[in-house]
Design a protein around this ligand. Structure first.
Ligand code: ADP
Ligand code: MG
Length: 238
């Protein structure tokens, strides 16, 4: 059975339907990419999973539990966006601890868990630093630590690397892969970057205009692009 299952998900904004009845299945522990051009509906789908967008039709099931009626905080998810949403007035440690405070974890455990996670993302020693004094890559490391400290089952990433320099992007790709392995989390990565999807994911959903036009392993999709769109879109990658 799939760990994440989405059935017939539809979403409109006003009279415009942007997700046209999507079906996805993702196995536990995998990193699945939603790959497609700007405007195709990737963020809308991710936000629907997170509960930040309502849905008009369909169901979202994680680990056998229907989550689409639940409040965002009860869905067991962590999320990181393209633009670091860190609290500028809090240092790294407090930013990471924030998620645990919301959950009512006691002070001592909050401290130990946050420090462990800061260590795991490679920022040991930066606990007292403020976001303004960190590089873009370091800020995304903090954002990862903050979303993972609550031990979510699923991590949702919306173009988390696209604002970073090429070299830093490669480092962070490696970090995300190692966190996936070490923590055993299931990751959904939204990206318009073919190379990123190809190099990071276990499974790819190619999206276009609110539809999933193809899915499969990176090698499968590269070798057997099914639609003219997939050929054109994936063909840019080499
Ligand atoms: P992507 O993340 O793939 O670039 P989005 O999911 O952001 O695409 O957007 C898909 C479509 O939905 C676009 O046409 C966009 O303009 C529209 N859209 C997204 N959010 C809203 C909103 N809050 N209100 C109206 N239209 C929206
Ligand atoms: Mg988007």
């Amino acid at each position: 059975m799939s760990f994440i299952e989405i059935n017939n998900l539809r979403k409109s904004f006003g009279n415009t339907e942007v997700l046209h009845g999507l079906n996805l299945k993702i196995a536990r522990g995998q990193l699945a990419a939603l790959l497609g051009p700007s405007g195709c509906g990737k963020s809308t789908l991710l936000r629907a999973i997170a509960g930040l967008n309502s849905i008009d039709e369909g169901e979202i099931i994680i680990d056998g539990r229907r989550i689409d009626g639940l409040a965002p905080k009860d869905r067991g998810l962590g999320m990181v966006f393209q633009h670091y949403a860190l609290f500028p007035n809090m240092n790294v440690l407090d930013n990471v601890k924030f998620g645990l405070e919301m959950k009512g974890v006691d002070k001592k455990t909050r401290d130990t868990e946050a420090k462990k996670m800061i260590d795991l993302v490679g920022l040991a020693g930066k606990e007292e630093a403020y976001p303004a004094n960190l590089s873009g890559g370091q800020q995304q490391r903090v954002a990862l630590a903050r979303s993972l400290v609550t031990k979510p089952d699923v991590l949702l990433l919306d173009e988390p690397l696209s604002a970073l320099d090429a070299q830093i992007r490669v480092q962070l790709r490696g970090l995300i892969k190692s966190l996936q392995a070490e923590l055993g989390i299931t990751v959904i990565l939204v990206t318009h970057d073919q190379e990123e999807a190809m190099s990071m994911s276990d499974y790819i959903f190619v999206m276009n205009q609110g539809h999933i036009v193809q899915e499969g392993s990176p090698t499968y999709i590269y070798r057997h692009p099914q639609s003219e769109f997939a050929t054109r879109f994936i063909g840019d990658y080499n």
